[in-house]
Design a protein around this ligand. Structure first.
Ligand code: GDP
Length: 193
């Protein structure tokens, strides 16, 4: 069955989003980094499956070595399953993502989020960036334009509404993402005909 994978740093709201998308309660009390296995969920109205991959990046109480291992596992999972993956959803925290990217941009460093985005696209997996926690963002258009710029997408962000989906999972406001996913699903069905 076709698969939609969710990737992202820890604490960006991946579990909250998964709960909104699937109606399932996910990983309550789960310690970051402890559950390394992908979680699979059916999206009842369609024959698609959501896969929540472990979060990566900084997590308190998790060693550098474990963090690298988690990222390696995520990358391997996506590579091994690329043929079945219909859409990759990179979940980011809209409030902090641009600052985190800028802090980690250097000569010998590629920020996780930027790396993941290009990794998915290089595997030719259609990729949607779910920009979460938009309820905390005041300068919405500027922030989203900056994010596009950092991802190598020419601003303004409104040109990229099939790629950039501003949401607030906690408030249940995820229509920008579900609309985009719906478009991808239908494109796929058309291709299959
Ligand atoms: P995960 O580690 O990526 O699975 O993140 P969680 O789903 O556990 O969420 C991390 C924190 O962000 C929790 O305190 C959530 O309540 C909060 N959170 C998730 N989504 C949103 C959102 O849309 N807006 C705000 N303000 N907080 C959110």
């Amino acid at each position: 069955c076709d698969e939609v994978v969710l990737v992202g740093r820890s604490n960006v709201g991946k579990s909250t989003l998964m709960r909104e998308l699937t109606g399932h309660s996910v990983s309550t009390g789960r310690k970051p980094g402890v559950t390394r296995q992908p979680n699979h969920f059916d999206w009842t109205s369609e024959s698609f499956m959501f896969t929540d991959l472990p979060g990566f990046g900084f997590m308190s109480g998790v060693s550098e070595e474990q963090r690298e291992q988690i990222k390696t596992d995520v990358v391997r999972y996506v590579e091994d399953n690329a043929d079945d993956i219909l859409v990759g959803v990179l979940v980011v925290d809209g409030k902090s993502v641009v600052d985190i990217i800028d802090r980690h941009s250097g000569d010998d460093e590629i920020p996780h989020d930027v790396e993941l985005f290009h990794f998915l696209r290089d595997l030719e997996i259609p990729t949607v960036v779910a920009v979460n926690k938009m309820d905390k963002v005041d300068d919405r258009d500027d922030r989203l334009d900056d994010l596009c710029d950092r991802l190598g997408l020419y601003p303004p962000w409104k040109q990229w509404q099939d790629t950039i989906a501003p949401i607030s999972a906690k408030r249940g406001n995820i229509s920008a993402l579900t609309d985009t996913l719906g478009d991808h699903f239908h494109d796929q069905k058309r291709d299959d005909l």
